[in-house]
Design a protein around this ligand. Structure first.
Ligand SMILES: [Zn+2]
Length: 307
């Protein structure tokens, strides 16, 4: 939570973006575009917005409440988010306790919402205060995202029944791509020698990916709500890296990598790079879509763990 930008910082950033828009005369379709009459679907974070956009095609206007790069677990919705949400026809959340802020947020609104992880078999968190609770990062297995796509197609069919067949067809097409990216994931990570298959990250966000790829997962903290690593957590990771001769460690784009750099200094392991989980990058960045996110993470992990 302490790494989350303060409300003041966010207000300041919002002001900057408004100014930037004014300066560039940006004509991108936004919520304020009166010419766009499509029903608005809001998602809680950018990864879901991209997946939903694939299922919706051009029939719905899909937008994310949190922006690229945002910390999504402990997000504090702004008055502008609430105003935007009151105009929405549907809100999609991940569920599995991902969005700590969401229950209160939707309780204040008269807008239907759908939980896209419904039907996914959760992996439980093994450590910390969250022990035994479902790990929320189910989208880190593309196979689970097939279920997300089906759930979205169903929710969209209720919202716009005239386009139900198109949503189903879009979901099927996207599921093919999910299967392909899953094969790439298991294929590339499966080639790593057994003794190099240890994935050390900041947040425990890779349980599903590690399960699919046969990696041993080790992290500094279980869920980002407590993203300041304790000395015990850092010491534990250092011991693990030394004992297993782990060649590289990683950290995610939405949190500070400072605690992991301490592990790097203490062990001589390389910093293997930034992994994306809780957010896509901006459009021009390395992971503008969910499929890019999986490809990028797989490539980064393989490069880091290959000696
Ligand atoms: Zn997370």
């Amino acid at each position: 939570m302490r790494n989350t930008p303060s409300r003041l910082t966010r207000t300041w950033l919002a002001t900057i973006s408004v100014l930037a828009l004014a300066v560039t005369g940006c004509t991108a379709r936004t919520a304020a575009d009166p010419a766009d009459s499509r029903p608005v679907v809001l998602t809680t974070f950018t990864v879901l917005a991209d997946i939903a956009g694939n299922v919706a095609g051009d029939k719905l206007r899909v937008e994310s409440i949190t922006k690229a790069g945002a910390e999504i677990h402990g997000y504090e919705p702004t008055p502008a988010d609430i105003r935007k949400a009151t105009q929405a026809k549907l809100i999609l959340d991940n569920g599995l306790n991902l969005e700590a802020w969401f229950t209160k947020f939707v309780a204040e609104l008269d807008v239907p919402h759908a939980v896209v992880s419904e039907g996914v078999q959760p992996v439980d968190i093994a450590e910390d205060a969250y022990r035994g609770k479902p790990n929320p990062h189910a989208w880190m297995s593309p196979l689970n995202v097939r279920t997300y796509a089906d759930n979205m197609a169903k929710a969209f069919a209720k919202l716009a029944p005239a386009h139900a067949a198109e949503f189903t067809a879009n979901a099927e097409k996207y599921k093919q791509q999910l299967t392909e990216v899953q094969q790439r994931l298991t294929g590339a990570l499966g080639k790593l020698p057994k003794e190099q298959r240890a994935l050390v990250t900041c947040e425990g966000a890779f349980s599903y990916l590690a399960r699919d790829a046969g990696l041993t997962e080790r992290y500094l903290w279980a869920v980002n709500a407590e993203q300041q690593a304790t000395p015990q957590q850092i010491a534990g990771a250092i011991e693990f890296v030394r004992q297993n001769k782990v060649p590289a460690v990683f950290c995610e784009s939405t949190v500070s990598d400072a605690p992991m750099q301490q592990v790097v200094s203490a062990t001589g392991a390389r910093f293997g790079g930034v992994l994306y989980v809780d957010s896509l990058s901006e459009a021009g960045g390395p992971v503008p879509t969910y499929l890019d996110l999986i490809r990028h993470d797989v490539d980064t992990i393989v490069a880091g763990l290959t000696k």
